[in-house]
Every structure is written in structure tokens, then in C-alpha cells.
Design a protein around this ligand. Structure first.
Ligand SMILES: [Zn+2]
Length: 572
């Protein structure tokens, strides 16, 4: 690796980045990095949302702790929930320490930030149980019972995990832009970038060398969720405020046409504050709560896949798009790996029977329980393997492969769920889940300062679209229910008003690209018809805002008199 040096000093693993900085603008132009750093950057996509909520809450960091949308309060509510409302202690642990389905990859990284304990596998102490033709029970918790009544507590280790060494090829080097776009390191790309950023004289550019350790990778993860320029903010230590994200200004929050599978819908009662259409809370049964809880187990990349690359977290969207654009032949370890990274599944134990969202679960990496007598150590041995091997010490008769069967950790009744019915639950706007109680509800309403006449209850069906709406909003807002369900609760008339929050009443033409399956409008521009100053009108393409912020206007609108009227309205 020519462009990157790695070293280990005082046992703190670190990676060195070479960074080009525009001194005049005090801005990072780009960084150059090799495998060690880029693997870690892509590993952000493998992190379950619950893990991210835990990492961004870390105080031990240069970036202040913050709430990750509504995911942080959801995480807190699971932590607070009394055990009687959750299937088992295992469930709680699974949700609070969600497994990364690609943990075997991430563990190889020098700067792996997923601090979840490694997965453990347990079988029965009784050798006969491990050799049963019908299968050997395998548990990922030490407290599950075997057929024979004993606790499954003998730890075994998987063998033959034929996984690639990381994500990108060993000698590949990359350019990482300020907004986390990752590109192959060719001079053409960097020249393009310099020109695009308006860097005219090479003299304005300075080279820096920056060491990054694990703690700083957490900083970068935090910044990638709240900043449009994470590298500048990180390297030049610009003041970073978590308040950048204010989804209320985002007019492009729409989930469009998707086929809704009526069989996979669930009814919930929505308590609305009529005056501003805020969802105060949802009252729901365990099936909906399971879906809400399961958000904690979704890997970020899987979320991006479901949202077709548009999560509204611009740095993460760029990272995901870069990965999708990289050639698996040249830059990534394999095509299969690219597929796994672009559509990461939940870890196997998180598969939910009534999941409404289109995410799968991985299968465990090994299929057989292999038992044999080890003549060297003179005792019987057990491995978990993917393949059947023959002829070990010519003692085939002693050797046995039987399939293993995962003991479902969620509940003893094998129902795939987290929440325990038949209780009713209350979910507040920021996805805080608690058991339903009329008295707590009254005090909640009191705290919310809502008058009883301002309350309205509606029953709505939650299917895939509604679920994706909540998921998308949960990443960037503490009003996941209000924003996520907004378009499904409103009447047609309301929708017309709200989607034109752009609110230029006459003259605004609808967005051109409304055909993206999820309707998450990320087209390049709006066409706006404006008076041209004489008698007619002109059509002006207005670039879209990539993130929230003020709505962008082309420079030629604002100063011109005839446009002032519209410009005022547009800038809200
Ligand atoms: Zn047993």
C-alpha cells in the first residue's frame, strides 16, 4: 500500500490518512486511504441501528453524545421495559446488543468499532445429544435447555468459516471526499474533484497526515450521521452542532407507490393532536411492537437497501452509493461479498415471523455438528462445520456429522417475537415503547399540554409503506411517527397542501421524478415556472436540497425583482 502507512504504537491501532486541505476555504478536499480505513468506513453499513444508538451515546469521544433520531429513545425504552412485557431476558439482550450479521468480517479489522461481544455457540454436555440423527441442538445463549433437560452450556467454535479478508482488495487505494463518497484512487478523479470544488491554484492546497484510531472512527461515525462534511468537521475540528438536522423543514419526505400486501398489515390506534396533526402516541398489540423493536436489529446498509439508497443521512447515502458503484472485480473481494454488503441481512436469530419490512435474515455460517474421538488429547471433540470431512485418523466409525438446529432464543414457545402478548403497548412519537396504562396515558397527555378537545383517535393499517415511512423518519427525527405516518393519515386535500410546503401556489410545477418506487424524491431539480419580467413566464430548474437546510434557489432568482415574490415564498 503506497498511500497508507499503518503502525502500532503503544498498542493503539491506528491508520494514517493523507489528506488534502484547501487552506483558503479551510476545507478538506479529499483524503487518500487504503484497505484498513476503507474497510472500516464500509463496515458502518453492517452496524445494526441499535449498535449505532449505543455508539453515538458514547461520551468518551471528541464529538458530543447525541440522540440518533428516534432510535436512541427506542433503545432506551427496551432497556427500561419490565421483563414481564418481553419474551425473555434473552430477547432484551438481543435487542440491546444486536448482532452484526457480518461480525466475522468486522472482527478482522484493526479499527473495528462494533463493541458487541462475539457470538458464542453452545451445545449439550452429553455427547449422545450431540450425535443424534435428528440434529444437535445449538444455542447462542448459555441458558437454553436440551432435549435431555440439561442446559446447553458446552461452548463450541465454528470451523471452516471461509470468509474473505475484509471488503476491499488488499492493494486498492481510494479517494474519500468530504461528503464520504469513496472513489478509486486515480488522478482523473482527484482532478475532477479539485475542479469541481473550484480549487484554482495548487498553492492553496496543503497536505496533512492524520492518524485515526478506534475512538476517532466513532467520531467519524457520529459525524457521518449529522454532518454533510464529516471529514472537514473531523479533521479541521470545526464546530459541529447536532442541530443541523431538522426534518421539519424537509419537504421531500415521501414514501410513494409500493404494492401493499394486505395480509401483512396490522391495525394500530393513532392518537392525534388535531390542531397540528402530531401523532402523540400509537396504541398497538405485540405484532406492531415486534416490528418497532426489530428496527434496532437492522443493519444500516439493509436500511439503505430498503429505502433504495435514500435515507436522508447524506454521508451514509454517499457511502452506500459509492459501494454500489465499485466494481467487485477490481476493488472488492468478490461479487458475493458486494451483494452481502449492499443488502446486509439481520443476524439469523432476529428473523421475525410477522415482519412487514422487506429485510431478510442470514443463515448461520455452519451446518453440521461434527463429533469425533480425538486420540491425541484422548477425549471426544466437537466442532461446527460447514462441510462434511472424511478420514480423520482412519477412525471414521467414531466420527459423526449431524445437522444442527438452532434453539430459538426469542421464546420457549418458538413464536418468533420479542414483545409478549396479549398486552397492549403505547409507542410515543419518538418510538419510546411502554406498556399501555390509562393512568400513565393521562399524565403523558398532561405533560404534552394537549386539551382533550384537541384529541382524535384514528385506526390505521400499518403495512410495508407505513413501516418504511416510520423507519426512514426514525433515522433523522424524534418525531418518527408524525413524520413517518403523516402522508398516510392525512386526507387527500391535506396531502396537496403539505407536499407543496414549497408553497408557491401558482406556477410551481410538480417534481419531474416522482416515479422512484419509494417516491423519495431525490431528483436533481424542480422545474419552477417564474414570471420572466416581461409578459410571459420562464421555467427555471431549481436544484434540490440534498439534505434539510434552507431550500436552495438558483442565484439568478433572488436578486431579480420579478422573482422576489416567489423567492420569498420558496425560502419559507
Ligand atoms: Zn442433551
Amino acid at each position: 500500500m503506497a498511500s497508507i502507512e499503518t503502525e502500532s504504537v503503544e498498542q493503539v491501532d491506528k491508520v494514517t490518512l493523507r489528506v488534502l486541505v484547501d487552506k483558503e476555504k479551510n476545507k478538506v478536499v479529499y483524503a487518500e486511504a487504503g484497505k484498513d480505513f476503507v474497510d472500516v468506513l464500509f463496515s458502518f453499513l453492517t452496524l445494526p441501528l441499535g449498535t449505532i444508538a449505543r455508539l453515538v451515546a458514547k461520551e468518551d469521544s471528541n464529538i458530543e453524545a447525541f440522540q440518533f433520531g428516534s432510535i436512541s429513545s427506542l433503545y432506551q425504552s427496551v432497556s427500561d421495559l419490565d421483563e414481564q412485557y418481553i419474551c425473555s431476558q434473552n430477547c432484551k439482550e438481543m435487542l440491546l446488543q444486536p448482532r452484526n450479521s457480518m461480525e466475522a468480517y468486522c472482527r478482522q479489522f484493526k479499527l473495528n468499532i462494533d463493541d458487541t461481544e462475539p457470538m458464542q455457540y453452545f451445545v449439550c454436555e452429553n455427547l449422545n445429544c450431540r450425535r443424534k440423527e435428528r440434529g444437535c441442538l445449538l444455542s447462542i445463549f448459555r441458558n437454553q435447555k436440551c432435549y435431555c433437560g440439561r442446559v446447553l452450556d458446552r461452548e463450541v467454535f465454528p470451523k471452516c468459516l471461509n470468509i474473505e479478508k475484509g471488503f476491499v482488495k488488499e492493494n486498492a487505494t481510494f479517494i474519500i471526499c468530504d461528503d464520504l463518497c469513496v472513489m478509486p484512487n486515480v488522478f482523473g478523479a482527484s482532478l475532477n474533484l479539485l475542479q469541481k470544488l473550484g480549487v484554482d491554484t495548487i498553492d492553496a492546497i496543503e497536505e496533512l497526515s492524520v492518524d485515526i484510531d478506534k475512538k476517532q472512527v466513532v467520531d467519524l461515525l457520529k459525524l457521518s450521521l449529522i454532518s454533510k462534511t464529516p471529514l472537514t468537521d473531523y479533521i479541521l475540528k470545526k464546530n459541529q452542532s447536532v442541530d443541523n438536522l431538522n426534518l421539519r423543514n424537509n419537504v421531500e419526505f415521501l414514501i410513494g407507490e409500493l404494492t401493499s400486501d394486505e395480509d401483512r398489515q396490522m391495525s394500530v390506534k393513532v392518537m392525534l393532536r388535531k390542531s397540528n396533526e402530531q401523532v402523540l402516541f400509537v396504541e398497538a398489540e405485540a405484532d406492531f411492537i415486534d416490528v418497532v423493536f426489530s428496527l434496532l436489529t437492522f443493519p444500516l446498509g439493509g436500511v439503505l437497501h430498503m429505502l433504495q439508497g435514500f435515507s436522508s443521512l447524506s454521508g451514509i447515502d454517499n457511502l452506500y452509493k459509492s459501494l454500489s458503484d465499485l466494481s467487485p472485480d477490481i476493488y472488492l473481494m468478490s461479487e458475493g461479498l458486494k451483494d452481502k454488503l449492499c443488502k446486509p441481512h439481520c443476524a439469523t436469530q432476529f428473523e421475525l415471523r410477522n415482519q412487514i419490512l422487506p429485510i431478510g435474515a442470514t443463515s448461520l455460517p455452519m451446518n453440521y455438528c461434527h463429533t469425533y474421538y480425538d486420540y491425541t488429547s484422548r477425549r471426544s471433540a466437537t466442532d461446527l462445520t460447514k462441510e462434511i470431512f472424511y478420514s480423520r485418523n482412519n477412525n471414521i466409525s467414531e466420527e459423526k456429522f449431524v445437522p444442527f438446529e438452532l434453539v430459538h432464543p426469542k421464546s420457549s414457545t418458538a413464536k418468533s417475537s420479542f414483545a409478549k402478548g396479549p398486552s397492549m403497548y403505547m409507542v410515543t412519537d419518538d418510538l419510546f415503547v411502554s406498556p399501555m396504562s390509562s393512568i400513565s396515558t393521562v399524565s403523558f397527555l398532561k405533560r404534552s399540554k394537549v386539551t382533550l378537545s384537541d384529541l382524535e383517535e384514528r385506526v390505521i393499517k400499518i403495512g410495508v409503506k407505513e413501516g418504511l415511512g416510520i423507519l426512514k423518519a426514525s433515522l433523522i427525527s424524534t418525531s418518527a411517527l408524525t413524520i413517518g405516518l403523516n402522508q398516510f393519515i392525512k386526507t387527500d386535500k391535506d396531502i396537496q397542501v403539505s407536499t407543496s410546503a414549497f408553497s408557491a401556489p401558482q406556477g410551481v410545477v410538480t417534481p419531474e421524478s416522482n416515479s422512484e418506487a419509494l417516491g423519495i424524491d431525490n431528483g436533481q431539480s424542480w422545474s419552477v415556472r417564474l414570471p420572466d419580467g416581461s409578459s410571459g413566464t420562464q421555467v427555471v430548474d431549481v436544484p434540490r436540497s440534498p439534505l434539510v437546510e434552507d431550500l436552495p434557489l438558483p442565484p439568478n432568482i433572488q436578486p431579480q425583482k420579478p422573482s422576489m415574490n416567489v423567492a420569498k415564498k420558496v425560502s419559507l
